[in-house]
Design a protein around this ligand. Structure first.
Ligand code: NDP
Length: 257
């Protein structure tokens, strides 16, 4: 029997709570272990996969699942706010799944366990955001002129620009063939150690404001928990590793945390 209508909406609400719980649970766990990829990559978490194909494959469901759901013709897919919001999600994952992996320079391999977790996350969240925006999120006429949509959309756009710019700065710290780490400088790195994570957090909170759905809010909170923890680990790592690390730099939220 196919779940649809109010039953599916209830299921998606529960899955949204699940997403927040997953993020909060990860934040607690990550107080004790370092997120096992990139500089903390380790064989203890399974075979090591090359960074580029691992990133592309694990992120691809967040691109394909919403496109597939929208193509199947959900009840509200054709409405303009839904099209634009789905477009925001898809644009992010075109960059993350197709462009970002090609740009990686000498990235550390990804353990199999981390790859599988990221892949499952992208299926789960791709379904939640894609189904909500193609079938259930209904907006009043004039939503595109509503301050919540406009502010959220601008937040999404600025967040994505900060995320891409900061990843660009990190990538260019290494000369071809280098694999070590340096102190990132410039852009939002002057304010926070996790500038790329700050951009991504801002992006998804902006998206949540523009969508005003429980699914998008759950994703933003989950991102805050997970990337906030990763930023904290990086911040501590930099302080241990570099004596001359800028002392005024915050962890992930400029001037605040
Ligand atoms: P990191 O900042 O850990 O690494 C990004 C890249 O830059 C890696 O290739 C890394 O190399 C390199 N790098 C990082 N710091 C330095 C440095 N100091 N010197 C030289 N090279 C450096 O980011 P993540 O890999 O965790 O994430 C990548 C992107 O994915 C980010 O934009 C993030 O926002 C996004 N992301 C989103 C998630 C979500 O829940 N929405 C979850 C996870 C990531 P190396 O691999 O060798 O460490």
């Amino acid at each position: 029997r196919r779940v649809s209508g109010p039953e599916e909406q209830r299921l998606m609400e529960l899955l949204s709570y699940g997403l927040v719980a997953m993020g909060a649970g990860s934040a607690v766990l990550l107080r004790f272990i370092r997120m096992p990829y990139g500089r903390y990559s380790s064989r203890r978490f399974g075979w090591l996969l090359p960074a580029r194909p691992a990133w592309a494959l694990q992120e691809l469901p967040s691109l394909l699942v919403p496109i597939g759901l929208a193509a199947c013709g959900g009840a509200v897919t054709a409405d303009w706010p839904n099209r634009i919001l789905l477009g925001c999600f898809v644009v992010h994952y075109v960059q993350r799944a197709l462009i970002f992996p090609l740009l990686i320079r000498e990235g550390k391999p990804t353990p199999f366990f981390t790859f599988v977790l990221a892949l499952l996350f992208c299926v789960y969240n791709g379904y939640l955001q894609g189904r909500s925006l193609s079938n259930y999120a209904k907006y009043p006429s004039g939503w595109l002129k509503d301050p919540r949509f406009i502010t959220g959309f601008i937040g999404w756009l600025i967040g994505m620009a900060v995320n891409i710019h900061s990843d660009h700065i990190l990538r260019n710290l290494r000369k071809p063939g280098e694999t070590g780490y340096k102190i990132p400088r410039g852009g939002m790195f002057e304010y926070v150690s996790g500038a790329n994570f700050f951009g991504e957090i801002l992006e998804w909170f902006g998206f949540a404001l523009a969508c005003c759905t429980i699914e998008s809010l759950a994703f933003a909170l989950c991102t805050l928990f997970i990337l906030g923890s990763r930023a904290k680990q990086h911040h501590q790592w930099y302080l241990e590793k570099f004596e001359d690390y800028p002392k005024n730099r915050k962890i992930v939220i400029p001037f605040v945390y």
